[in-house]
Ligand binder design. Structure first.
Ligand code: ZN
Ligand code: ZN
Length: 390
Protein backbone atom coordinates (compact mmCIF):
# COMPACT_ATOMS: atom_id res chain seq x y z
CA UNK A 1 0.00 0.00 0.00
CA UNK A 2 1.32 3.43 -0.89
CA UNK A 3 0.59 6.14 1.62
CA UNK A 4 0.33 9.54 0.06
CA UNK A 5 1.32 12.00 2.72
CA UNK A 6 -0.30 15.38 2.76
CA UNK A 7 0.35 18.56 4.61
CA UNK A 8 -0.80 18.03 8.20
CA UNK A 9 -4.01 19.77 9.10
CA UNK A 10 -2.30 21.45 11.99
CA UNK A 11 -0.78 24.55 10.41
CA UNK A 12 -4.02 25.31 8.61
CA UNK A 13 -6.00 24.69 11.77
CA UNK A 14 -3.71 26.96 13.75
CA UNK A 15 -4.35 29.76 11.29
CA UNK A 16 -8.08 29.15 11.55
CA UNK A 17 -7.82 29.10 15.33
CA UNK A 18 -6.03 32.43 15.43
CA UNK A 19 -8.72 33.97 13.24
CA UNK A 20 -11.47 32.48 15.39
CA UNK A 21 -9.88 33.74 18.59
CA UNK A 22 -9.52 37.17 17.06
CA UNK A 23 -13.07 37.25 15.72
CA UNK A 24 -14.52 36.22 19.07
CA UNK A 25 -12.31 38.46 21.11
CA UNK A 26 -11.13 35.60 23.29
CA UNK A 27 -7.71 36.41 24.69
CA UNK A 28 -5.23 33.54 24.43
CA UNK A 29 -4.23 33.82 28.06
CA UNK A 30 -5.39 35.92 30.99
CA UNK A 31 -7.35 39.11 30.47
CA UNK A 32 -11.08 39.57 30.64
CA UNK A 33 -13.01 36.83 28.85
CA UNK A 34 -15.59 37.92 26.33
CA UNK A 35 -18.78 35.85 26.39
CA UNK A 36 -19.62 33.75 23.35
CA UNK A 37 -22.65 31.59 22.75
CA UNK A 38 -22.74 27.82 22.51
CA UNK A 39 -25.04 26.41 19.87
CA UNK A 40 -26.33 22.92 20.43
CA UNK A 41 -28.98 20.31 19.79
CA UNK A 42 -30.57 19.26 23.05
CA UNK A 43 -32.60 16.35 24.29
CA UNK A 44 -35.76 17.82 25.85
CA UNK A 45 -37.73 14.65 26.59
CA UNK A 46 -37.63 10.90 25.94
CA UNK A 47 -37.88 10.07 22.20
CA UNK A 48 -38.58 13.70 21.25
CA UNK A 49 -36.61 15.31 18.41
CA UNK A 50 -33.49 17.20 19.47
CA UNK A 51 -34.04 20.96 19.63
CA UNK A 52 -31.61 23.52 18.35
CA UNK A 53 -30.76 25.98 21.13
CA UNK A 54 -28.28 28.70 21.98
CA UNK A 55 -26.95 29.20 25.49
CA UNK A 56 -24.30 31.52 26.83
CA UNK A 57 -20.88 30.11 27.51
CA UNK A 58 -20.63 29.52 31.25
CA UNK A 59 -17.78 31.19 33.10
CA UNK A 60 -14.82 28.80 32.96
CA UNK A 61 -13.84 27.52 36.40
CA UNK A 62 -10.23 26.88 37.39
CA UNK A 63 -8.87 23.97 35.36
CA UNK A 64 -11.67 23.96 32.80
CA UNK A 65 -11.18 24.20 29.05
CA UNK A 66 -13.44 25.56 26.32
CA UNK A 67 -13.28 23.29 23.31
CA UNK A 68 -14.47 24.05 19.83
CA UNK A 69 -15.90 20.74 18.71
CA UNK A 70 -14.56 19.14 15.53
CA UNK A 71 -16.72 16.02 15.76
CA UNK A 72 -18.79 13.98 18.19
CA UNK A 73 -19.47 10.28 17.72
CA UNK A 74 -22.92 8.80 18.27
CA UNK A 75 -22.66 5.95 20.79
CA UNK A 76 -25.35 3.40 21.65
CA UNK A 77 -25.38 4.90 25.13
CA UNK A 78 -26.79 8.08 23.54
CA UNK A 79 -29.55 5.96 22.00
CA UNK A 80 -30.22 4.43 25.44
CA UNK A 81 -30.55 7.91 26.96
CA UNK A 82 -32.69 9.28 24.15
CA UNK A 83 -34.93 6.31 23.41
CA UNK A 84 -34.69 3.53 25.99
CA UNK A 85 -35.21 5.57 29.14
CA UNK A 86 -31.75 5.12 30.66
CA UNK A 87 -31.64 8.20 32.91
CA UNK A 88 -29.07 10.94 32.40
CA UNK A 89 -27.53 12.38 35.57
CA UNK A 90 -28.07 16.02 34.52
CA UNK A 91 -31.64 17.27 34.32
CA UNK A 92 -33.25 17.74 30.89
CA UNK A 93 -32.87 19.56 28.59
CA UNK A 94 -29.37 18.23 28.05
CA UNK A 95 -26.89 18.25 25.17
CA UNK A 96 -25.88 14.60 24.71
CA UNK A 97 -22.60 13.33 23.21
CA UNK A 98 -19.51 11.96 24.95
CA UNK A 99 -17.24 11.00 22.03
CA UNK A 100 -15.63 14.37 21.37
CA UNK A 101 -12.63 15.74 19.51
CA UNK A 102 -11.86 19.41 19.07
CA UNK A 103 -9.53 22.32 19.64
CA UNK A 104 -8.93 24.09 22.95
CA UNK A 105 -9.99 27.74 22.58
CA UNK A 106 -9.70 28.85 26.19
CA UNK A 107 -8.58 27.52 29.56
CA UNK A 108 -5.23 26.55 31.07
CA UNK A 109 -2.48 28.16 28.99
CA UNK A 110 -0.62 24.90 28.29
CA UNK A 111 -3.68 23.61 26.40
CA UNK A 112 -4.49 26.65 24.27
CA UNK A 113 -4.78 25.91 20.57
CA UNK A 114 -4.18 22.20 21.02
CA UNK A 115 -6.17 19.56 19.13
CA UNK A 116 -7.55 17.10 21.66
CA UNK A 117 -9.73 14.09 22.28
CA UNK A 118 -11.91 14.33 25.39
CA UNK A 119 -11.95 11.03 27.31
CA UNK A 120 -15.56 9.82 27.64
CA UNK A 121 -15.01 9.32 31.36
CA UNK A 122 -13.25 12.20 33.14
CA UNK A 123 -11.99 11.06 36.56
CA UNK A 124 -11.33 13.32 39.56
CA UNK A 125 -7.70 12.21 39.74
CA UNK A 126 -7.65 12.54 43.54
CA UNK A 127 -9.74 9.77 45.11
CA UNK A 128 -8.50 6.36 46.30
CA UNK A 129 -9.60 4.64 43.08
CA UNK A 130 -7.80 7.22 40.95
CA UNK A 131 -4.65 6.85 43.03
CA UNK A 132 -4.80 3.07 42.80
CA UNK A 133 -4.83 3.13 39.00
CA UNK A 134 -8.60 2.59 38.65
CA UNK A 135 -9.48 6.09 37.48
CA UNK A 136 -11.85 4.76 34.83
CA UNK A 137 -14.29 3.76 37.57
CA UNK A 138 -13.70 6.88 39.74
CA UNK A 139 -16.93 7.50 41.60
CA UNK A 140 -16.59 11.25 41.11
CA UNK A 141 -16.19 10.86 37.37
CA UNK A 142 -17.84 13.29 34.98
CA UNK A 143 -19.17 12.25 31.61
CA UNK A 144 -19.96 14.83 28.92
CA UNK A 145 -23.54 14.53 27.68
CA UNK A 146 -24.57 12.88 30.95
CA UNK A 147 -23.28 14.94 33.89
CA UNK A 148 -23.02 18.15 31.89
CA UNK A 149 -23.74 19.48 28.38
CA UNK A 150 -21.89 17.32 25.85
CA UNK A 151 -20.66 17.18 22.31
CA UNK A 152 -23.62 17.63 19.95
CA UNK A 153 -22.83 21.33 19.99
CA UNK A 154 -20.48 23.99 18.69
CA UNK A 155 -18.46 24.02 21.93
CA UNK A 156 -18.12 22.13 25.17
CA UNK A 157 -16.61 23.04 28.54
CA UNK A 158 -14.69 20.19 30.19
CA UNK A 159 -12.10 19.66 32.91
CA UNK A 160 -8.74 20.06 31.14
CA UNK A 161 -6.65 17.74 33.29
CA UNK A 162 -7.13 14.50 31.37
CA UNK A 163 -7.52 15.81 27.82
CA UNK A 164 -5.53 13.76 25.31
CA UNK A 165 -3.47 15.83 22.90
CA UNK A 166 -3.50 14.64 19.30
CA UNK A 167 0.09 14.46 18.01
CA UNK A 168 0.82 16.17 14.72
CA UNK A 169 1.77 12.93 12.97
CA UNK A 170 -1.82 11.66 13.28
CA UNK A 171 -3.00 14.40 10.90
CA UNK A 172 -1.19 12.74 8.00
CA UNK A 173 -3.90 10.10 8.11
CA UNK A 174 -6.91 11.55 9.88
CA UNK A 175 -8.93 14.69 10.33
CA UNK A 176 -9.52 15.81 13.88
CA UNK A 177 -13.28 15.10 13.60
CA UNK A 178 -12.60 11.48 12.65
CA UNK A 179 -10.63 10.96 15.85
CA UNK A 180 -13.76 11.46 17.95
CA UNK A 181 -14.15 7.64 18.04
CA UNK A 182 -10.96 7.43 20.09
CA UNK A 183 -12.86 9.01 23.00
CA UNK A 184 -14.97 5.93 23.59
CA UNK A 185 -15.23 3.12 20.99
CA UNK A 186 -11.49 2.63 20.56
CA UNK A 187 -10.31 3.42 24.07
CA UNK A 188 -12.87 1.10 25.67
CA UNK A 189 -11.54 -1.75 23.54
CA UNK A 190 -7.96 -0.80 24.35
CA UNK A 191 -8.52 -0.96 28.08
CA UNK A 192 -10.32 -4.32 27.71
CA UNK A 193 -7.44 -5.82 25.74
CA UNK A 194 -4.81 -4.43 28.13
CA UNK A 195 -6.72 -5.53 31.22
CA UNK A 196 -7.06 -9.08 29.87
CA UNK A 197 -3.27 -9.49 30.08
CA UNK A 198 -3.20 -10.50 26.41
CA UNK A 199 0.27 -11.46 25.23
CA UNK A 200 2.02 -12.11 21.98
CA UNK A 201 0.97 -15.52 20.65
CA UNK A 202 -2.34 -15.71 22.54
CA UNK A 203 -5.57 -16.75 20.89
CA UNK A 204 -8.08 -13.88 21.16
CA UNK A 205 -11.73 -14.69 20.48
CA UNK A 206 -13.82 -11.58 19.83
CA UNK A 207 -17.58 -12.08 19.97
CA UNK A 208 -19.33 -9.21 18.17
CA UNK A 209 -17.30 -7.11 15.74
CA UNK A 210 -19.53 -4.04 15.52
CA UNK A 211 -18.56 -0.43 16.25
CA UNK A 212 -16.54 -1.31 19.36
CA UNK A 213 -15.60 -4.97 18.79
CA UNK A 214 -13.90 -4.15 15.50
CA UNK A 215 -11.27 -2.25 17.49
CA UNK A 216 -10.88 -5.01 20.08
CA UNK A 217 -10.12 -7.40 17.20
CA UNK A 218 -7.62 -4.98 15.67
CA UNK A 219 -5.93 -4.17 18.97
CA UNK A 220 -5.59 -7.85 19.92
CA UNK A 221 -3.95 -8.48 16.53
CA UNK A 222 -1.65 -5.47 16.91
CA UNK A 223 -0.56 -6.77 20.34
CA UNK A 224 0.42 -10.08 18.75
CA UNK A 225 -2.57 -12.37 19.21
CA UNK A 226 -4.10 -14.74 16.68
CA UNK A 227 -7.62 -13.34 16.37
CA UNK A 228 -10.80 -15.29 15.80
CA UNK A 229 -13.94 -13.20 15.23
CA UNK A 230 -17.47 -14.46 15.80
CA UNK A 231 -20.55 -12.53 14.72
CA UNK A 232 -24.08 -13.04 13.39
CA UNK A 233 -23.55 -10.56 10.56
CA UNK A 234 -21.88 -11.82 7.38
CA UNK A 235 -21.32 -8.22 6.35
CA UNK A 236 -19.49 -7.28 9.54
CA UNK A 237 -17.38 -10.43 9.27
CA UNK A 238 -16.45 -9.80 5.65
CA UNK A 239 -15.37 -6.27 6.64
CA UNK A 240 -12.57 -7.88 8.66
CA UNK A 241 -10.70 -8.78 5.48
CA UNK A 242 -9.40 -5.23 5.14
CA UNK A 243 -7.71 -5.49 8.52
CA UNK A 244 -6.34 -8.94 7.72
CA UNK A 245 -8.40 -10.92 10.17
CA UNK A 246 -9.08 -14.11 8.28
CA UNK A 247 -10.44 -16.33 11.04
CA UNK A 248 -14.15 -15.72 11.23
CA UNK A 249 -17.15 -17.73 12.31
CA UNK A 250 -20.70 -16.76 11.44
CA UNK A 251 -22.72 -18.00 14.41
CA UNK A 252 -26.16 -17.51 12.84
CA UNK A 253 -28.40 -20.53 13.40
CA UNK A 254 -25.71 -22.55 15.20
CA UNK A 255 -25.90 -23.97 18.70
CA UNK A 256 -23.29 -23.14 21.31
CA UNK A 257 -21.95 -26.71 21.04
CA UNK A 258 -21.60 -26.42 17.26
CA UNK A 259 -19.77 -23.11 17.51
CA UNK A 260 -17.52 -24.49 20.24
CA UNK A 261 -16.41 -27.43 18.11
CA UNK A 262 -15.87 -25.10 15.15
CA UNK A 263 -13.64 -22.91 17.35
CA UNK A 264 -11.68 -25.95 18.54
CA UNK A 265 -11.16 -27.25 15.00
CA UNK A 266 -10.05 -23.81 13.78
CA UNK A 267 -7.73 -23.46 16.74
CA UNK A 268 -6.08 -26.77 15.81
CA UNK A 269 -5.72 -25.74 12.15
CA UNK A 270 -4.15 -22.46 13.17
CA UNK A 271 -1.82 -24.22 15.61
CA UNK A 272 -3.02 -21.67 18.13
CA UNK A 273 -2.87 -22.22 21.86
CA UNK A 274 -5.36 -24.80 23.06
CA UNK A 275 -5.67 -23.21 26.51
CA UNK A 276 -5.49 -19.79 28.04
CA UNK A 277 -7.84 -18.22 25.51
CA UNK A 278 -8.61 -14.53 25.83
CA UNK A 279 -12.30 -14.13 25.10
CA UNK A 280 -13.88 -10.72 24.58
CA UNK A 281 -17.68 -10.45 24.79
CA UNK A 282 -18.45 -7.27 22.84
CA UNK A 283 -21.97 -7.98 21.57
CA UNK A 284 -23.88 -7.12 24.73
CA UNK A 285 -26.40 -9.86 23.95
CA UNK A 286 -27.51 -12.86 25.95
CA UNK A 287 -26.52 -15.21 23.11
CA UNK A 288 -23.07 -13.66 22.94
CA UNK A 289 -22.57 -13.96 26.68
CA UNK A 290 -23.75 -17.59 26.72
CA UNK A 291 -21.28 -18.45 23.99
CA UNK A 292 -18.47 -16.52 25.69
CA UNK A 293 -18.98 -18.39 28.94
CA UNK A 294 -19.20 -21.74 27.17
CA UNK A 295 -15.85 -21.05 25.48
CA UNK A 296 -14.16 -20.18 28.76
CA UNK A 297 -11.88 -23.14 29.51
CA UNK A 298 -8.60 -23.98 31.20
CA UNK A 299 -6.64 -20.84 32.19
CA UNK A 300 -9.04 -18.75 30.11
CA UNK A 301 -9.92 -15.11 30.57
CA UNK A 302 -13.31 -13.70 29.67
CA UNK A 303 -13.60 -9.92 29.37
CA UNK A 304 -17.15 -8.60 29.54
CA UNK A 305 -17.31 -5.38 27.52
CA UNK A 306 -20.83 -5.43 26.00
CA UNK A 307 -23.83 -4.65 28.20
CA UNK A 308 -27.25 -6.27 28.43
CA UNK A 309 -29.94 -6.27 31.13
CA UNK A 310 -30.58 -9.97 30.44
CA UNK A 311 -29.41 -12.67 32.84
CA UNK A 312 -27.58 -15.93 32.33
CA UNK A 313 -27.75 -19.17 34.21
CA UNK A 314 -24.18 -20.37 34.62
CA UNK A 315 -22.15 -22.78 36.75
CA UNK A 316 -19.76 -20.40 38.44
CA UNK A 317 -17.65 -23.29 39.70
CA UNK A 318 -16.28 -23.69 36.18
CA UNK A 319 -13.99 -20.78 37.08
CA UNK A 320 -12.58 -22.79 39.96
CA UNK A 321 -12.25 -26.01 37.98
CA UNK A 322 -10.57 -24.27 35.01
CA UNK A 323 -8.55 -21.75 37.04
CA UNK A 324 -10.25 -19.25 34.73
CA UNK A 325 -11.28 -15.65 35.27
CA UNK A 326 -13.92 -13.16 34.22
CA UNK A 327 -13.06 -9.49 34.00
CA UNK A 328 -15.51 -6.61 33.85
CA UNK A 329 -14.21 -3.48 32.18
CA UNK A 330 -15.77 -0.01 32.18
CA UNK A 331 -14.59 2.71 29.81
CA UNK A 332 -10.88 3.47 29.69
CA UNK A 333 -8.41 4.99 32.10
CA UNK A 334 -7.68 8.50 30.87
CA UNK A 335 -3.99 7.74 31.35
CA UNK A 336 -4.10 5.12 28.55
CA UNK A 337 -5.30 7.49 25.80
CA UNK A 338 -1.83 8.58 24.68
CA UNK A 339 -0.93 4.90 24.04
CA UNK A 340 -3.96 4.62 21.75
CA UNK A 341 -2.95 7.81 19.95
CA UNK A 342 0.52 6.40 19.36
CA UNK A 343 -0.93 3.29 17.69
CA UNK A 344 -3.01 5.52 15.41
CA UNK A 345 -0.03 7.78 14.67
CA UNK A 346 2.02 4.71 13.73
CA UNK A 347 -0.69 3.70 11.25
CA UNK A 348 -1.31 0.41 13.04
CA UNK A 349 -4.93 1.00 13.97
CA UNK A 350 -7.35 1.51 11.08
CA UNK A 351 -10.36 3.78 11.65
CA UNK A 352 -11.60 5.15 8.32
CA UNK A 353 -13.56 2.14 7.00
CA UNK A 354 -15.61 2.04 10.20
CA UNK A 355 -16.80 5.64 10.52
CA UNK A 356 -19.13 7.92 8.61
CA UNK A 357 -19.47 11.67 9.12
CA UNK A 358 -22.69 13.71 8.97
CA UNK A 359 -23.50 17.39 9.50
CA UNK A 360 -24.75 17.91 13.05
CA UNK A 361 -27.89 19.56 11.63
CA UNK A 362 -28.95 16.03 10.57
CA UNK A 363 -28.86 14.80 14.16
CA UNK A 364 -32.53 13.79 14.28
CA UNK A 365 -32.30 11.68 11.14
CA UNK A 366 -29.02 10.09 12.19
CA UNK A 367 -30.34 9.14 15.65
CA UNK A 368 -33.39 7.51 14.06
CA UNK A 369 -31.17 5.62 11.60
CA UNK A 370 -28.88 4.36 14.36
CA UNK A 371 -31.91 3.34 16.42
CA UNK A 372 -33.09 0.98 13.66
CA UNK A 373 -29.53 -0.22 12.86
CA UNK A 374 -29.65 1.40 9.44
CA UNK A 375 -26.05 2.61 9.62
CA UNK A 376 -23.21 0.16 9.06
CA UNK A 377 -20.57 2.48 10.45
CA UNK A 378 -20.20 4.60 13.55
CA UNK A 379 -21.70 8.03 12.93
CA UNK A 380 -19.69 11.16 13.74
CA UNK A 381 -21.62 14.42 13.76
CA UNK A 382 -19.80 17.55 12.66
CA UNK A 383 -21.06 20.99 13.79
CA UNK A 384 -22.39 23.01 10.83
CA UNK A 385 -23.99 25.96 12.63
CA UNK A 386 -22.22 28.43 10.38
CA UNK A 387 -23.80 26.94 7.28
CA UNK A 388 -27.19 25.92 8.64
CA UNK A 389 -29.74 28.33 10.04
CA UNK A 390 -32.47 25.78 10.88
ZN1 ZN B 1 -20.29 5.60 24.66
ZN1 ZN C 1 -11.32 9.80 41.35
Amino acid sequence: MILISREPERSRRNEVLQLQLKARGIPRAGGKKKMIDIQAYQMTALREPFERVVYPLPQLAEGEALIEIAGCGLCHTDISFWHHGVPVRHELPLTLGHEISGTVLDGPSQWLGKPVVVPAVLPCGECDLCRRGRSNICQNQQMPGNDFHGGFASHVVVPARFLCEVPESVFYRYKLAELAVVADAISTSYQAVKKSGLEDGDLAIVIGVGGVGIYAAQLARILGATVLAIDVSAKRLSGLARIEIANRINSTGKTVTEIKSEVKALCKDLRAQQQGWKIFEMSGTRAGQELAYALLGVAGTLSVVGFTMEKLEIRLSNLMAFDAQIIGTWGCRAELYPEVMNLIAAGKLVIKPYIETFPLSQINRVFRDVLVNKLEKRAILIPDFGENKN
